[in-house]
Write a protein that binds this ligand. Structure first.
Ligand code: NCD
Length: 302
């Protein structure tokens, strides 16, 4: 049985097949409307979510399947003290596949060890968010026509942003990738990513505080929200939350075919007038997320 806990659980070839399937679904969604008929997806979200949960649900409904779940930690038995191991054993009796979001890093991995059904990590703490990465890859590939030979700028909260960690790990397997890591000192990419991923693989990267200076060289700009919920100290959050705001003036410094991505939700990192720039790809990402999750559910259900 397959799970998707870490983005590297899928080989580059498997990711390629997944994205190809997602592209086929995008061009003819109706052809897939019954492929998961009578199957059930459980969504176990112990942390807030709009996009991820609803896009999983939309994906399953688009495939003709059913969804069951609860919207937050407070209304599940976790609030009574049930362990992840017990919860997943129970859910395995109700559903055919499960998407889990949890504030504890490693919770979906633990669940997968006790599960009788495929487990999808829908975000674990500040750790990983593999399905967002598949969405990002689909969007990059459709915008740029490739996943190799790219200079990728990641900007904002690179410390707590799990989408950033998953994207770097996965794109580090592509050929001729350069990363420009744009953040305040306090929100730098964690050392384990620098050492175990970038340096271990000899990947070119540069850390900087300046978004303006970096703009002209980027093929992709991945903006992120400062992750308020992962700060211990509110004062630090208030000081750092507006570190970067992408504006049309800054966009004027960028390549003509650069693509701006953001996993959303946006708080204040991208000025609204950037939305009308053809290089803004973040709402396209939202649409792609449904196709990628359809492809993933199909793949894991076998
Ligand atoms: C992201 C997440 O949950 O990590 N959102 C999402 O799933 N699209 C990014 C964020 O919350 O900032």
């Amino acid at each position: 049985m397959r799970h998707l806990i870490d983005p590297l659980d899928f080989s580059p070839e498997e990711i390629d097949s997944l994205l190809n399937l997602a592209d086929r679904i995008r061009s003819d969604p109706a052809a897939y409307q019954d492929v998961a008929a009578h199957k059930k997806l459980a969504t176990l979200f112990y942390e807030p979510s709009t996009r991820t949960r609803l896009s999983f649900e939309a994906a399953m409904l688009n495939l003709g399947g059913h969804v069951l779940g609860f919207p937050s930690e407070n209304v599940s038995s976790a609030s009574k003290g049930e362990s992840v191991a017990d919860t997943i054993r129970v859910i395995s009796c109700y559903a055919d596949i499960v998407a889990m979001r949890h504030s504890k890093e490693g919770a979906p991995l633990r669940a997968s060890r006790y599960s009788r059904i495929p487990v999808i990590n829908a975000g674990d703490g500040g750790h990983q968010h593999p399905t967002q990465t598949m969405t990002d890859l689909m969007t990059i590939r459709s915008r740029m026509g490739r996943l190799d030979n790219l200079t990728i700028g990641l900007c904002g909260d690179l410390k707590f942003g799990r989408t950033v960690h998953s994207l770097i790990k996965t794109m580090a397997r592509c050929k001729n990738i350069r990363f420009v890591l744009i953040s305040p000192e306090e929100l730098r990419v964690p050392d384990y990513i620098i050492k175990d991923v970038l340096e271990a693989k000899g990947i070119e990267y540069r850390e900087t505080r300046s978004l303006e200076e970096s703009m002209p060289e980027l093929d992709i700009l991945y903006m992120t929200r400062v992750q308020k919920e992962r700060f211990f100290n509110e004062e630090d959050y208030i000081r750092l939350k507006n570190s970067y705001i992408l504006t049309s003036e800054k966009m004027a410094l960028a390549k003509e075919n650069m693509a701006v991505l953001h996993p959303l939700p946006r708080v204040n990192e991208i000025a609204l007038d950037v939305d009308d720039d053809p290089r803004a790809a973040y709402f396209e990402q939202v649409q792609n997320a449904v196709y990628v999750r359809m492809a993933l559910i199909m793949t894991l259900l076998g």
